[in-house]
Design a protein around this ligand. Structure first.
Ligand SMILES: [Zn+2]
Length: 233
């Protein structure tokens, strides 16, 4: 025989010394120790010679509140501790209500911590951002506008870009350069076919003038510039 205590424990009572003439005397109740699985306490019950593992909170609820209705879960509230199986702390409820327990005692936060300056600020001090989980940017309005002013300043932008390129080319020297040796993007100096034609026309006898811009006066500067790129490769 097993007994459930409203305090959240399961007890076992066994008969001792029984024989064919009598059932023997009832032994003292023994508290089941149980083991922990996923934070819940489970006990092993011997029912008709078969051993079943049962979770204590379900046993307590089934004993004092009846079997759970379809689709209902055992909920621990107000103490979310899974080991607190006192009957006052348990109820059958839907998964949705179970999830709401988490926020029942904690009203929705009205403040947020800025990722850049680290100050706790009200939510109206943050710009909205649809991509964020909470719909707000991670940095406050002041920090955000400060950063955006920095990137709008051409001097600061160029400097930060130079530092960025220097760091990334240290790891990968061909970063941002196309396979032809030109520069990727809209600022490519000369269209590729024109360069090829110029290289073929000039041939190898012009190698000595590769770095002097004045000697080959007939060649436009743009093409010479691209030629340097090719020869360096
Ligand atoms: Zn800030």
């Amino acid at each position: 025989m097993y007994y459930a205590h409203p305090g959240g424990t399961i007890w076992s009572v066994k008969r001792k010394g029984g024989n064919d003439c009598g059932a023997g005397r009832i032994g003292p109740p023994r508290k089941l120790r149980g083991n922990i699985l996923n934070g819940y306490i489970r006990v092993s019950l011997d029912i008709d010679g078969k051993v079943f593992s049962k979770s204590v909170h379900r046993l307590i609820l089934e004993t004092f509140r009846g079997v759970a209705p379809e689709g209902y879960h055992a909920c621990h509230y107000p103490d979310p501790n899974r080991k607190n199986n006192r009957i006052e702390n348990l109820r059958w409820d839907t998964a949705m209500e179970n999830a709401k327990d988490k926020y029942r005692d904690h009203p929705i936060a009205t403040t947020k911590c800025c990722n850049r300056c680290g100050y706790e600020k009200e939510k109206k001090d943050f710009y909205s951002d649809k991509r964020a989980i909470d719909g707000l940017k991670t940095e406050c309005k002041i920090c955000h506008s400060k950063v955006s002013m920095d990137t709008r300043d051409p001097l600061k932008k160029r400097l930060s870009n130079r530092i960025f390129m220097r760091n990334i080319r240290r790891l990968n020297p061909s970063y941002g350069r196309s396979s032809l040796g030109g520069i990727k993007g809209p600022h490519r100096p000369v269209a590729a076919p024109a360069v090829d034609a110029a290289v073929v026309a000039v041939g190898s006898h012009d190698l000595g003038h590769q770095n002097t811009s004045g000697s080959s006066g007939a060649m436009p500067d743009k093409i010479l510039h691209s030629l340097n790129f090719l020869l360096v490769r």
